[in-house]
Design a binder for this molecule. Sequence first.
Ligand code: FES
Length: 178
Amino acid sequence: MIQRVSELEHEPIVGKFYLVPCVKYAHGRWIPIIGPEHDDADYINVPQRHFHQDLRFLSDHEITTYLERYARIAVSCSPEQLSMTKILFASRLQHRTPVERKVKCRRSMSDFPMIISLLPAPWFEELEKAYSKQKLSCLRCPHRGMPLNGIPVKDSKVTCPGHGLQFNINTGELVSRL
Ligand code: FES
């Protein structure tokens, strides 16, 4: 039986297939996503509705192909760092209601962004401040509801692949990265 990625208690195993929510891009290809459709008009200045691609389930080709230019501007980072944050604008999707599909796990999830100190991202400080008193609930990020089950835990901390907030996995409290 193929396990749902939404029900993982540990990281997915590289090389193994999982049922992963996917949306259909304009060219007809199904792209694995993580978390709900949302906008980031506040703090991050991305007003368009979008999904985040689940990089654990993308091929190397897909990682380098479906790049949204706006995302690069929003976070002002290099393509390598951007690969941690790739988004899909909902307006460009043929099918925007996520559908579970069988997809192979290609890699572990990396921290977002890999080296946050390299990012000239003033929005991150504001985001942390705004959510400093909020907690993880049922392993869902309080910001946009990104699921954090199956995301690597290091030193009891889990980093949301959405926009980088970090939480103590035991207490649920936000841990500042700045
Ligand atoms: S969804 Fe934005 S930091 Fe978690």
